[in-house]
Each structure stands twice: as structure tokens, then as C-alpha cells.
Design a protein around this ligand. Structure first.
Ligand code: M6R
Length: 587
């Protein structure tokens, strides 16, 4: 689980009837070394582990999980935020509890411990304590008195259970136990799981009545969740993109050039589509808005989930508007909240997710799965490609249902989409070579502009995001036409610009003028363009021309590879950049 948080880690287990905890600051290998020092030849049947991404309290050993109750009986790991923890802590302090850490999680374990003194039974104690905890949590608890049982509960944070043979698992994400089992039980909010190596019991938290639920079989392979010979997950995931395109298209391109999206057949065509997402998924949405408008003639707005969810009024109409949320993980807290708001006012909702059974996938009225396989690197790459592909299919699908797409145009799209995997596969090695050369030249820059127009503007935003999150170089994505309204003042010989300049009839001459304006201020330029380009006095990076917005499927990997190579050259931790977590399951 390290990709979900890696500023500290810890494990807890019961040995000779005594609860033990080992913790270390920093990455997981520090914990491994600490374990080797503190616990040689450890054999226990049940244990609890956690990799942390700090929310309450700095990343340090005392704040690492598991947290232990004051009486030493319970150990707890927790993802999420207990919003009323200060209030609960004040109450526990008056009752003589003291705290070793700055976390809300330590408050929670003591709240459960306090309830256990009154209830005697841990299931009842969990029920009682969790009724008082407000906010988001996924927790797992180990009790010294029942050393082979784990208790787990969730509220607006992911938690799943893997069922193996003679061994069972609780985790926040599938790769944690993919090596051991593919049979998964998805927990819902307000449910309590009691798990032993051989059995499980799922209960409603409200009244502790048993719940029956079918398990799901996960199709991801363990190989897909490993590095497979690449130096980093990110590089592997970039190189997987041709296969991802093939997988995403499977079953989508039907006879007579009709797109198949049975997931949407029961829904009306939106009169107005609202796309809501965060980060890279938001950029995929911005890019797709061009297609929804130009191909399907569906007016489309795209908003950042954390902004959307706090609008004073939504002004949506269930007869006209539909909400499409895009999320690789399906667990991003703000995106999930936006979805819940739309569901509450009965707006038709669609989730575009990569993770099967994720919270967003379960909450959306219709769900479309991207087929990107597990994305482990914190920086999202292949997920964006898969999202853009399914969004293209959606735009074509709506256009066909509205009968506003000529058969010849549909055929052209089909031909191009089907040709993509092979073209990209052939290009990736030379793209990486060019990215490496340019990275060496520009890696020491302090700042970067990324410019694009039209469908290239969202790609410029994505290029800038990738560079800053991986290499900590300040980067800004801009619509190229905006430069002269202020930002061009920053240009000097030390401030380079990455220009997205595919040759198309309308926008190429415009972006060419923007490039010349930058050069007139001695700005250095990398121009990502096509053979035949007449852009001069810049680092020209030529890739094959590709039709219209679909060119994004070739431009995007160049941006990803450039950021990857810069970060690698600078010695940055590519797969686990500082301060970031893969899934942002807290606000
Ligand atoms: O899982 P999601 O697609 O909802 O995640 C959204 C963002 O947190 C994510 O795309 C983030 O921006 C990536 N780390 C960027 O590489």
C-alpha cells in the first residue's frame, strides 16, 4: 500500500498475549530495518500494518500508525479524518486519558477503548464509539484479547476485504493482496467486518444484524501490479498505454461503425453535461469537452470537484443536466462528494472509474470502467489515456444516438482509434530518447510555461502538473493566447516554454505567432509538433501527425516522458513524489 502514503509506517501484532507495535519514519524500508532490529524470527498469524500520509500531526514516529489505546489492549490503523476529534479528545482528557501523538486516530482508539470498558464486547464498543466519531474513516482494530481477529469499519473512505484460502485480508486497495487472492468483498459505509484467517462476518453497524453480500472476482493480474523490468512504475505505465488503448476499445467499436456503451443505454442523452473531477482526471474532462461539443453537440462544462461541491446553488435540472464524474481511483473525496450531491437532487449521474467496486463506481447511477489496470505510480499517466479514450467513445455514442454523426466521420474515428496502439507502440522508444535529451538540457530550469490552444490547452495543464509534481519545478499551463495578457512578462532566457504545436489548419498559425512572441523576449522554446513544421530557433520535437483532437494520444505520452526524464535526471523519487498520495480520500 506504500503508494497511498509513505511518510511513515508501522505494524502491530500480538505476541505471547501482548500487543506489540513497531514504527518507523519515512519509507517502508525503514520499517523493515526497524523490524529486523526489534523483532527477530517473528511468527504471528494476524497483524495490522499501515503506511501513512500525514493529515493530523507531522510525519514522525509518534504519529505513525498503529495507535495503541492507553491500556495497551487495542491497536488501530486509520485512514481519513475524524472531524470532531478535538472535542472528543477534550472529553477523554477530563477522564484521565493522555495522548502520545498529535493524531485524531489516537483519540479514536481511546474512544473505542473507553466504550469497551462499558460494553465488554468489542463489536458493541465499536458500534458505540463510532456513533460519536464524525468525518471520514476506514479503520482496522486488533485486540490483544482476541489475537487472531481483525475488526474493520468504514465511513466515506475505501476499505475492502480479500478472501483467500486459510488467509484473509483487509486493505484500502486491491494491489495490497492481489498476490494472495482475487476474491474481494467490498465494504459499504456503516458496516462492520469481523475477520479471522478462516471466516468473516459482516454486520450492519446500526443494529449489528448480519449482511449477506456476494464477493467479486478481480481480473487484474499481479504482474500488472509489479514493475516488470522497468525502473519505475511510472515508466512502465507510460509504456503500457498502447495496450491500455486496445483494452479500452475492446467491445466498444461495433458493427456498422456504431459505438457500444450499453452502460448508458438506459439514460437519456444529456442536454447539458457537467463534468466534475480533480487533477489529471479534470484535465481529461477538459479535453473531452471539446469532443462532446463538436461531435455530439452537447454543451459541456467542466469543473474542479472541490469547487463544485461548495457552490451556493447547483442550479441543475434533472430533465436536462447530467453529471459525469471522472476518477481513476473512484475514491477521491471531493469527486465523491460532488457525485453524492447530484444523486441527492436526482440528477442522472455517470461515473468513469478505473477501480472496480470503488465508492464512485458504486454510487453513480451508471458506471463505465476504464480498462487501464492497476495504476501504482502516484503520477497518473495511463489512466488519463484510458479516460480520454472512453470519453471519445461517449462523445461518438451520444452523437450517434442523436443522429448527428455522419457514417463517414464515424468510420474515420474508428480507423484512427484502431490504428493508435500500433502507432504509439512504435513511437514510444524514440519519444523517450528525445525526452531524455531535452530533459538534460532543461532540467535545471526553475520555472516552465506549457502552452496550448484548443484541445491542446488541457494537455498543457497536464504537462505542467506532471512536471511540478514529479520534479518540483514550478510550471504553469496556459492557453497560449493569454500570454500577452500578463504572463509573458515573466519570459527571459532562463524561463523556458513548452509549446504544444501540432500542425492543424486553424490553430497552428496562431500558436506559431505566440512562439515568435516568446522568442522575441529571448525565451527558449521546446515545440512539440509534426514533421513539416516551420517553427524555427527552438528545440523542435517532431512526432507523427494525427487527426484533430486524437493527436492528444501521441502528444500526452511525450509530456509524460519529458517530466519523467527530468525527475529521474534530478534524482527525484519518481513513483512517490514528496507530499503526495495516490488517492486523495480526505478533503
Ligand atoms: O483517482 P482520481 O483520478 O480521482 O485522482 C485525481 C487526482 O488526485 C490525480 O489525478 C492527481 O492529480 C494525479 N496524481 C496527478 O498525476
Amino acid at each position: 500500500m506504500e503508494y497511498r502514503g509513505y511518510d511513515s509506517a508501522g505494524i502491530g501484532y500480538v505476541l505471547q498475549k501482548k500487543l506489540e507495535v513497531i514504527k518507523a519514519c519515512g519509507k517502508l524500508h525503514n520499517l523493515r530495518e526497524q523490524c529486523a532490529k526489534e523483532a527477530q524470527a517473528l511468527t504471528v498469524s494476524t497483524a495490522l500494518g499501515h503506511t501513512r500520509w500525514a493529515t493530523h500531526g507531522a510525519p514522525c514516529v509518534k504519529n505513525a500508525h498503529p495507535h495503541v489505546s492507553q491500556d495497551g489492549r487495542l491497536a488501530l490503523v486509520h485512514n481519513g479524518i475524524i472531524e470532531n476529534f478535538l472535542e472528543l479528545k477534550a472529553e477523554l482528557l477530563t477522564q484521565g486519558y493522555s495522548f502520545q501523538s498529535d493524531t485524531d486516530s489516537e483519540v479514536l482508539v481511546n474512544l473505542i477503548s473507553q466504550a469497551l470498558k462499558e460494553e465488554q464486547d468489542l463489536v458493541k464498543a465499536l458500534q458505540k464509539a463510532l456513533q460519536r466519531a464524525h468525518g471520514a474513516y476506514a479503520i482496522c482494530v486488533l485486540d490483544q484479547e482476541t489475537p487472531n481477529v481483525l475488526y474493520a469499519c468504514k465511513q466515506q473512505a475505501p476499505l475492502i476485504c480479500g478472501l483467500g484460502i486459510g488467509e484473509n485480508f483487509i486493505a484500502s486497495d486491491i494491489p495490497a493482496f492481489l498476490n494472495y487472492t482475487r476474491e474481494v468483498l467490498f465494504l459499504e459505509d456503516h458496516e462492520l467486518l469481523r475477520l479471522t484467517p478462516h471466516s468473516y462476518e459482516l454486520l450492519k453497524l446500526d443494529d449489528l444484524t448480519p449482511i449477506k453480500r456476494d464477493t467479486k472476482e478481480i481480473q487484474w493480474s499481479m504482474q500488472a501490479a509489479q514493475k516488470g523490468g522497468y525502473r519505475h512504475f511510472m515508466l512502465k505505465e507510460i509504456f503500457e498505454q498502447p495496450k491500455v488503448i486496445t483494452d479500452c476499445l475492446a467491445g466498444r467499436l461495433g458493427a456498422n461503425y456504431r459505438v457500444l456503451l450499453p452502460e448508458l443505454d438506459a439514460q437519456a442523452i444529456p442536454k447539458h453535461l457537467h463534468i466534475v473531477a480533480c487533477g489529471t482526471s479534470y484535465h481529461a474532462g477538459l479535453w473531452a469537452a471539446h469532443l462532446f461539443q463538436s461531435i455530439a453537440k452537447v454543451p459541456t462544462t467542466v469543473e474542479i470537484a472541490s469547487e463544485f461541491r461548495y457552490k451556493e446553488e447547483l442550479l441543475l435540472d434533472a430533465h436536462c443536466d447530467q453529471l459525469l464524474v471522472i476518477s481513476q481511483s473512484g475514491e477521491t473525496a471531493d469527486t465523491l462528494a460532488a457525485l453524492d450531491m447530484a444523486n441527492a437532487i436526482k440528477i442522472p449521474t455517470i461515473g468513469l472509474c478505473n477501480v472496480l467496486g470503488s465508492s464512485i463506481a458504486r454510487s453513480a447511477k451508471a458506471v463505465i470502467y476504464t480498462q487501464a489496470g492497476p495504476e501504482i505510480s502516484v503520477a497518473s499517466t495511463k489512466a488519463m489515456t484510458s479516460q480520454m479514450l472512453l470519453l471519445t467513445c461517449m462523445a461518438l455514442y451520444y452523437a450517434q444516438r442523436k443522429e448527428c454523426l455522419k457514417a463517414s466521420v464515424a468510420q474515420e474515428f474508428f480507423d484512427k482509434l484502431q490504428a493508435l496502439p500500433q502507432i504509439l507502440e512504435a513511437q514510444l522508444p524514440s519519444m523517450q530518447e528525445r525526452a531524455k535529451q531535452l530533459a538534460r538540457k532543461f532540467a535545471k530550469s526553475q520555472s516552465f510555461f506549457y502552452l496550448g490552444r484548443g484541445f491542446c490547452f488541457p494537455l498543457a495543464l497536464e504537462g505542467a502538473l506532471k512536471l511540478k509534481e514529479l520534479s518540483y519545478i514550478h510550471a504553469e499551463g496556459y492557453p497560449a493566447g493569454e500570454m500577452k495578457h500578463g504572463p509573458i512578462a515573466l519570459i527571459d532566457p532562463t524561463f523556458p516554454t513548452f509549446v504544444l504545436a501540432p500542425i492543424d489548419q486553424l490553430l497552428y498559425p496562431k500558436i506559431k505567432s505566440n512562439l515568435v512572441e516568446i522568442q522575441a523576449r529571448q525565451g527558449q522554446v521546446i515545440a512539440l509538433t509534426n514533421p513539416g513544421s516551420d517553427l524555427e530557433h527552438c528545440e523542435r520535437w517532431e512526432i507523427p501527425a494525427f487527426a484533430g483532437p486524437l493527436a492528444a494520444f501521441l502528444l500526452l505520452p511525450c509530456l509524460q516522458l519529458f517530466s519523467y526524464e527530468v525527475a529521474d535526471y534530478l534524482g527525484c523519487d519518481v513513483d512517490q513524489p514528496r507530499n503526495l498520495a495516490k488517492s486523495v480520500t480526505v478533503e
